[in-house]
Design a protein around this ligand. Structure first.
Ligand SMILES: [Zn+2]
Ligand SMILES: [Zn+2]
Length: 240
């Protein structure tokens, strides 16, 4: 088969090793895919972080915090390899890596997503200044890719990020969450545009580590009458 011209002139780079993909035509090297750590059982029934034993229903974090979202899904462990991949995707202009992540998310979670039957996908917003610098919101690239594949509307402006928050080490968990919640804003106008028919959504982001961003966004959506919230991330940290 002839390769599309674009692949000949700009051969696709592998989101894992950063070199030209082998075999050509794939979204990532077949050997590199094997180096990623898929999230498998045993995992937390809430956030899906890997847990140590089958007996542990929840990770330490979910056990302690009682998140208000219903459930989350993630593809891979956020290990050294994924850290580099996501950093290139986010900060070094490799937005095409999103195609690989999207295709893997759809492959792995299509059934779960269709079972949830969300009214919309909501990318976690980034601040305008970051958007200008970066040129794109990586979470929006993911949401749009998934939305296109599975025909689900993507609402990129329902949540807005109006403040940049710095990590504030002197704050306790509760204060930190409150601080983070204040960085996000809900757009009533955007909800009205969809005739208020938004009840069940999936938040989309690249990484879930402490879960505080997803938690803050969940709380804001609930405060605004959107009660069923799930999330999907490309990578997640360990739950133990
Ligand atoms: Zn590779
Ligand atoms: Zn958990």
């Amino acid at each position: 088969m002839l390769e599309p011209m674009i692949n000949v002139v700009y051969p696709r780079r592998c989101p894992v090793c950063g070199d030209i993909v082998t075999p050509r035509g794939e979204l990532a090297c077949s050997s590199c895919k094997k180096n990623l750590t898929p999230i498998q059982e045993p995992r937390c029934k809430k956030c899906s972080k890997p847990v140590e034993s089958e007996e542990a229903e929840y990770c330490l974090d979910c056990f302690k915090k009682r998140h208000k979202y219903i459930k989350g899904f993630a593809l891979w462990l956020y290990d050294a390899g994924m850290k580099k991949s996501i950093a290139d995707f986010k900060f070094h202009g490799r937005r095409e890596y999103g195609e690989f992540y999207v295709s893997e998310i759809v492959k792995r979670f299509e059934k779960e997503i269709l079972d949830i039957a969300p009214d919309a996908l909501i990318p976690i917003p980034i601040h305008r200044s970051k958007l200008l610098r970066r040129g794109y919101n990586q979470a929006e690239i993911l949401a749009k890719g998934i939305g296109k594949e599975l025909e689900i509307p993507v609402l990129s402006h329902l949540l807005l990020r109006n403040k940049n928050t710095l990590p504030q080490k002197q704050l306790n968990d509760k204060e930190r969450l409150k601080n983070l919640e204040q960085a996000f804003e809900f757009s009533e106008k955007e909800k009205e545009r969809y005739n208020n028919h938004i009840h069940k959504v999936i938040l989309i982001d690249d990484i879930y580590t402490t879960g505080s961003t997803i938690e803050a966004c969940t709380n804001i959506l609930i405060q605004n009458g959107i009660n069923e919230i799930y999330f999907i991330c490309v990578c997640i940290g360990k739950g133990y």
